[in-house]
Design a protein around this ligand. Sequence first.
Ligand code: F6P
Length: 356
Amino acid sequence: MKFGILTSGGDCAGLNAVMRAIALYLYTNIKNTEIVGFPDGYGGLIRGEAIPMKREDFEGLLAVGGTVLGTRRTPFKTMTVEEEGGGTRLARMVANYRKLGLDCLFTLGGAGTHKTAALLCAEGCRVIGLPKTIDNDIFGTDLTFGFQTAVDVAAEAIDRIRTTSESHGRTMLVEIMGNKAGWLTLHAGIAGGADAILIPEIPFNLDILCAALDARNRAGKRCNIIAVAEGAILDSEAPFRRRERAFVRAERGETTVTPHLAEVIGERTGVETRATVLGYIQRGGSPCAFDRVLCTRLGSYAGKLAQEGRFGVTVAYTRGQITFNALSDIAGKYKFVDPDGELVRAAERIGVCFGR
Ligand code: F6P
């Protein structure tokens, strides 16, 4: 059987580990396995650029960060646009899938990747998706691979920021990735013992946040840590659309709420305030042990699904078990933090401020 693999969207730790598990399963369990990798996400498939990959190409990848295939964001909405000279990217992908004689394509990616994968399925291609993203926002799976590694990195960064914050008696904002969903900030904030956690799902009130910081300062605390998701919003911004908010911020030369927040908090509380943007260190590097295990489970399960002829699905992790969903059921859907969920409530019970 002939299989294709691609990694699409923003990268994260564990992409290589998942590809390794898929490949080792296929080479071990299916006779005459052939695997080709498509470079740069759907781009490679659109161009029909298929790299033959042997078993040895995947061995040794368990702990390697990034993706050996490379990745790109190829927006879903561009897939069905008629191109100059006729045809669409989708049509080119389907044609290349058929020309290469693929029996199945494994797509490692996030919500956008799954939407395109569902389109390919609707055109008769056999696809199996795997849930990747540090944001953990894919609907239908409790966890995505890459998430736990990013939580560990961000939590360790908060630990480090805490000691310098204590030395100087400063308030520190730590901006954590996650534009739409606050999972990463919530988990890293709790793991790092943040005093306030600001996530997109809970628009925050500046007066409430500053009052909580004032109370801590009056109580003689030398250090305030605020974990801010890059997509966090003030309650006054909540009625506006994402695009309108981006426009207002762009006028101030900002993309996230963090710089504005640092300035206002410093002025209002009278405590020196600094901001650190963690950025891409959350996506880079070797997967943590938990992710290595998860990637091995997800990848080997995907290989088994292919062997059993179950296509048009995405592998998932639900209540500790590896399972799968129909791509058509989950494509285009996101999973958000429940503002009244157990995790938020647990943090609030111990005094963490969400600005509400
Ligand atoms: O989708 C994961 C993510 O890391 C988001 O948290 C972040 O907003 C985005 O990717 C940034 O992606 P890039 O700058 O690579 O396009």
